[in-house]
Design a protein around this ligand. Structure first.
Ligand SMILES: [Zn+2]
Ligand SMILES: [Zn+2]
Length: 306
């Protein structure tokens, strides 16, 4: 008997179906993105060996130190390698225009010019060198290497973050911008739903707390509503919002100080609104284009290589 799909799997599948109807979405890229997402969900994961000594002490965490900086994430490289190969194969099958680039990558690895371990190390330590080198040599698909490596690491990054949060549960609102677990930048936000009322008709908790999702480890944490996550601007006069009619369940938070923006989903009035940051990010691509037309810069990396 087939296993029952989880609510997240069901919501993900509805989001992919909706995207397939979106006229602006190139359907070949959509199929590739969906396959990459599936491969990530189904990737076998090694057991996590957390060194609790490396987790920040409560005093330094309260000052803004991430619990475990991403450079210290114990990523198992052979597991990354297996998923990387699977994603390379998907790219070759789904996007014939990427076949030569994927062949180039295999050749560089065989020649020892680049290795999965080196790429993982660079990704964890925010070292752009190999990715910039790739982009220079492959102007047709400058983001491909970053896309492949990031998506191959993400399942483990999320797993490690869950283990860190189990060892040190998070509470309260985080005011330091970067992710409290790994220190990466925020990907998107969500205005959280309220807790179900125990007194129907007298709803007290209407929700609306801002939860931000990390662009690397996927942790969702409570953040301050009036605070730019990138430059920590807190002056309400410098923080603005805009929305577009086609995306009634989303807002874009704009910071006039650093000219950045962050997309925020608001599914409080949406019956089918489970926040799945990576898919919601892709599904709201026109909002990025709208923000760029306003000369705003996106500071959160996307896993879609866009
Ligand atoms: Zn994180
Ligand atoms: Zn800012």
């Amino acid at each position: 008997m087939a296993e029952q799909a989880t609510p997240k799997q069901q919501a993900a599948s509805r989001k992919w179906q909706a995207l397939a109807q979106a006229e602006w979405m190139p359907q070949d890229l959509l199929l590739l993105a969906q396959d990459v997402w599936q491969a990530r969900q189904q990737a076998p994961l090694p057991s996590v060996n957390l060194d609790l000594q490396q987790i920040a002490l409560p005093e330094s965490h309260a000052q803004g130190a991430p619990l475990l900086p991403r450079g210290h994430f114990p990523i198992h490289v052979p597991t990354v390698q297996a998923l990387l190969q699977q994603l390379c194969a998907l790219c070759s099958q789904q996007a014939p225009q990427l076949q030569n680039a994927v062949r180039d990558l295999y050749a560089s690895m065989e020649q020892g010019a680049v290795s999965t371990a080196l790429l993982v190390h660079a990704l964890l330590n925010n070292d752009d060198t190999p990715f910039i080198g790739w982009a220079d040599a492959h102007p047709d698909c400058p983001q491909l290497l970053y896309f492949l490596v990031l998506n191959s690491v993400l399942p483990q990054a999320e797993q490690i973050a869950r283990a860190v949060c189990t060892a040190r549960p998070q509470a309260g609102s985080w005011v330091h911008g970067h992710c409290p677990v790994c220190g990466s930048t925020a990907l998107m936000g969500e205005f959280a739903k309220g807790a179900p009322s125990t007194n129907p008709g007298n709803e007290i908790n209407k929700g609306g707390q801002l939860m931000q999702a990390c662009s690397f480890c996927g942790t969702q944490y409570r953040a301050q509503r009036l605070l730019c996550p990138y430059c920590l601007e807190a002056d309400a006069a410098k923080l603005d919002f805009f929305s577009v009619p086609e995306f009634p369940h989303m807002q874009v938070q704009v910071c006039q100080s650093c000219h950045s923006y962050m997309k925020i989903v608001d599914f409080r009035q949406h019956i089918d609104g489970l926040f799945i940051p990576d898919i919601d990010d892709l599904a709201s691509l026109p909002l990025d284009l709208a923000a760029q037309r306003k000369k705003l810069q996106r500071l959160s990396p996307t896993c879609w290589g866009l």
